[in-house]
Design a binder for this molecule. Structure first.
Ligand code: CA
Length: 440
């Protein structure tokens, strides 16, 4: 179910039309309410639809998930493992159940409105829960977390600040979607507090390193995709098949301790400066919901090697925003606005490169895009860039200044795609900084 960009389809669910979660979106997440066991739901308007309840009511009986209730569990991994046909069948079924009227002209597939849920008051009362009243959990069990470095603007900014402004990109950057293996155990869902990490740092003018709380705690505005069906070890996923292995996307904040990172990263790259926390948004937007927002990616020059050549446009027109609120502020303040379409390497190229050596991906794995920075200083995706190495502090309405995050600061990322008649939103991803804990 890929709606066209001019889709006018609407849902009968109150509040859905015009919201971040209209019928064209239907993101998946894991929720619980009132102490119940977590299960899989889809968001529509201000509601969660309990997919486990719909399954129990037999509403997925004509789909590939009919035999086992893959929604009655605390992660999306089992559903993700079933593959593209199952995802598309379930999405098609959900659209038919939530559609206001038949909408033959607004998507790639003719779907009729099915009244089985709409006209069953008992089922509706079991299956619909207010988003405001639920607890959201990690959407997947993340087995592998990989973080790329795919924004040319970001890589150029970092290279300019810390290496050579006249030659900021390393020679491999335009040939390889650069990435590293991150830490999955500290991937956490939105709303989880971030304890300021401690570690080893060394000031430029100091003779020796010291140990203590990070003094340069930063954000990284990123997006990430979750993989579905696995590939066999030793068998790469070719470019033509890679989109079929991507289940969907969410927002990612890859919290970073710049002072720890700076002292440790040569020669082997990021380690403790990155591995203390990576936050993800609770709702995973299906790749098909992003179909109307595919745009041409930036021109890749020099030409990429043949294995990285991908048909079609895989840039994604997603507006992204970073809001900051200190403990003293009543309202948050927007400190960056950018767009995912600026990313040089696409999500499909990232996945193709990931498996080109034969490594295997697993259902529920998370692949971070790398910091999303746009072309202008107000569109950078980290405080290090926004404040340009501390030379341009962010002034807050309270009179406070920030070069990096202070204890009590809350950072909220949000993302939305906009079509003439509807939006596809990612919701929000928030985290608050807690003071460092005394070292045991
Ligand atoms: Ca990162």
């Amino acid at each position: 179910m890929i709606f066209s960009k001019d889709s006018k389809a609407t849902s009968w669910v109150e509040g859905a039309n015009g919201s971040d979660f209209p019928i064209q979106n239907l993101p998946y997440g894991v929720f619980s309410c009132g102490g119940s066991k977590p299960k899989v739901g889809a968001a529509i308007g201000a509601h969660v639809v309990d997919l486990a309840a719909l399954h129990d009511a037999g509403l997925f009986s004509d789909t590939p998930v009919s035999k086992s209730n893959v929604f009655a569990c605390d992660a999306l991994n089992d559903f993700m493992a079933m593959g593209l046909d199952a995802w598309r069948s379930v999405r098609r079924r959900l659209v038919s159940l939530l559609l206001e009227d038949d909408a033959p002209d607004s998507c790639d597939d003719i779907v009729s409105a099915d009244k089985a849920l709409r006209d069953d008051a008992g089922l509706r009362s079991r299956a619909f829960v207010s988003i405001a009243g639920v607890t959201m959990h990690m959407p997947t069990r993340v087995g592998n977390f990989v973080d790329f470095y795919s924004s040319k603007e970001h890589a150029t900014n970092i290279g300019s600040m810390f290496r050579d402004p006249s030659n900021p990109l390393l020679p491999n950057w335009v040939h390889i979607p650069i990435g590293y293996n991150g830490r999955s155990s500290s991937v956490i869902v939105s709303g989880t507090d971030i304890v300021r990490p401690c570690g080893q740092t060394k000031a430029d003018d100091a003779d020796a390193p010291t140990f203590g709380p990070c003094r340069a705690l930063d954000i990284e505005l990123e997006m990430g995709f979750f993989t579905g069906q696995a590939n066999d070890l030793g068998t790469p996923i070719p470019a033509s098949k890679a989109p079929d292995h991507i289940f969907g996307m969410g927002l990612v904040n890859d919290w970073s301790a710049r002072d720890i990172q700076r002292w440790e990263y040569v020669p082997l790259g990021p380690f403790l400066g990155k591995s203390f926390a990576t936050s993800v948004s609770p709702w995973v937007v299906p790749l098909d919901a992003l179909g109307p927002f595919r745009v041409a990616q930036p021109v890749q020059e020099p030409d990429v090697l043949p294995y990285l050549r991908v048909d079609g446009d895989w840039g994604l027109d997603i507006d992204l925003k970073v809001d900051l609120k200190s403990a003293k502020m009543d309202e948050s303040m927007t400190i960056s606005r950018t767009n995912f379409k600026y990313m040089y390497w696409t999500i499909v190229q990232q996945l193709v490169h990931q498996t080109c050596n034969g490594t295997n991906v697993a259902p529920g794995d998370l692949y971070g895009s790398g910091t999303v920075s746009g072309p202008t200083p107000d569109s950078y995706g980290s405080m290090m860039e926004l404040c340009w190495k501390g030379t341009k502090p962010i002034k807050l309405p309270t009179g406070e200044e920030r070069k990096f995050l202070a204890d009590g600061d809350t950072v909220t990322l949000s993302g939305v795609c906009t079509a003439p008649n509807f939006k596809v939103g990612f919701g929000e991803l928030s985290g608050t900084i807690l003071p460092a804990r005394e070292y045991p």
